[in-house]
Design a protein around this ligand. Structure first.
Ligand SMILES: Nc1nc2c(ncn2[C@@H]2O[C@H](COP(=O)(O)OP(=O)(O)OP(=O)(O)O)[C@@H](O)[C@H]2O)c(=O)[nH]1
Length: 340
């Protein structure tokens, strides 16, 4: 049985770019998902925490200090550990870093985490479309942040005219080539980019959130990103699929699903989660019935036909399992690999 891991989404971005606004939007449009929040409320004025306090399911405040000051993963791990306990029933954890947190440190902390209940859910960098150029002049490191982002949210689009928006977009794309980019105002992204809605059946009393309902039922947020479904009845070549993952199509943000890599092993149903360059595999036994690869690929500005063509090319030519190719892809397996 593969373990259910809770995705941890890191929201970074320069001071005032709109991180809290994005977080509040996600919380107000959870579609039943339970969201755990880690807020880095440095300083004496706990503005961020106050802004979200009324809405979160579980609030863990990092207290008076910058998250990036933690030198090892222990502080964050403890927070995430509390949120990811099965009894918390949390579906996704969002870590909102303050404008002064260093995204690279945050990412390192996250990747180093040995918590078996969580998985990396991506780093979303919020960029203020109106202030980006002036902030960049004062803080050149902003462009470094773009390089490690899995998703760029170009926010405050309402504050700039189309020409200025196109210009800033061009600069961002220069520093984050191939990284999916969403243009938003007030952080209004489709939450399904980060987490799945929960099935609606509920027991017991309705919560306040259920009664209040989600804020934004509009369909237009779906138009921000593309989703491609791929299925194959024949096994994929592990080698070619690995190449696909390692040279992923521009704009691709997430891939999830199950893979048939032709292995004869009893536990050869590979569950796949990727966010940006981060790849995680787990394996389990196939249920009875035909085996097949089923993938959902999510991104912004992806060439759907080209993606499907590349995946078709991953289908193995023959039915002989490629054991060596399989070994290469197994390094992404989220469990200790036996030596034999
Ligand atoms: N016009 C406009 N204002 C926005 C938008 N997004 C956020 N704001 C405003 O910008 C200000 C800063 O937004 P926050 O969400 O607090 O930004 P933040 O990144 O969390 O800020 P820090 O925590 O200080 O780093 C607030 O007054 C928001 O209401 C937007 O898309 N358009």
């Amino acid at each position: 049985m593969s373990r259910r891991r809770i995705p941890v989404v890191l929201v970074t971005g320069f001071l005032g770019s709109g991180k809290t606004t994005l977080l509040n939007h996600l919380l107000a449009n959870r579609h039943g998902a339970r969201v755990g929040v880690v807020v880095n409320d440095f300083g004496s004025v706990n503005v961020d925490a106050l802004a979200v306090a009324g809405q979160v399911d579980t609030m863990v405040s990092l207290g008076n200090g910058c998250l990036c000051c933690a030198v090892d993963a222990s502080g964050l791990d403890a927070m995430l550990g509390r949120l990811s306990r099965p009894e918390s029933g949390i579906d996704v954890i969002v870590v909102e870093a303050s404008g002064i947190a260093e995204p690279r440190d945050l990412l390192r902390l996250m990747i180093a985490s040995e918590d078996p209940d969580i998985r990396y859910g991506g780093l979303a960098e919020v960029v203020d479309a109106a202030e980006f150029e002036s902030s960049r002049a004062r803080h050149p490191e902003l462009t470094e942040h773009l390089r490690i982002a899995d998703l760029v949210i170009l926010n405050k689009a309402d504050r700039v005219d189309p020409d200025a928006l196109a210009k800033v977009r061009g600069v961002v794309e220069e520093f984050a080539p191939g990284v999916p980019l969403l243009v938003t105002d007030h952080g209004r992204v489709d939450p399904q980019l980060f987490f799945e809605p929960r099935p609606r059946e509920r027991y017991g009393q309705l919560s306040f959130d259920d009664l209040r309902g989600d804020e934004d039922h509009s369909q237009h947020l779906h138009a921000q990103y593309d989703s491609v479904t791929f299925t194959a009845e024949r096994p994929l070549s592990p080698r070619r699929f690995l190449e696909f993952l390692e040279q992923r199509p521009p704009g691709l943000y997430r891939v999830k699903g199950q893979l048939d890599l032709g292995s004869a092993d009893a536990r050869s149903r590979f569950g796949l989660h990727t966010v940006g360059a981060f790849v995680q595999l787990d394996r389990s036994a196939w249920p009875t019935g035909p085996r097949r690869t089923e993938l959902v690929l999510i991104g912004a500005g992806i060439d759907r036909a080209a993606v499907l063509r590349r995946l078709e090319d991953c289908v193995a030519d023959d039915s002989v399992p490629d054991e060596r190719g399989l070994l290469r892809i197994l390094r992404y397996l989220d469990e200790p690999v036996a030596d034999d």
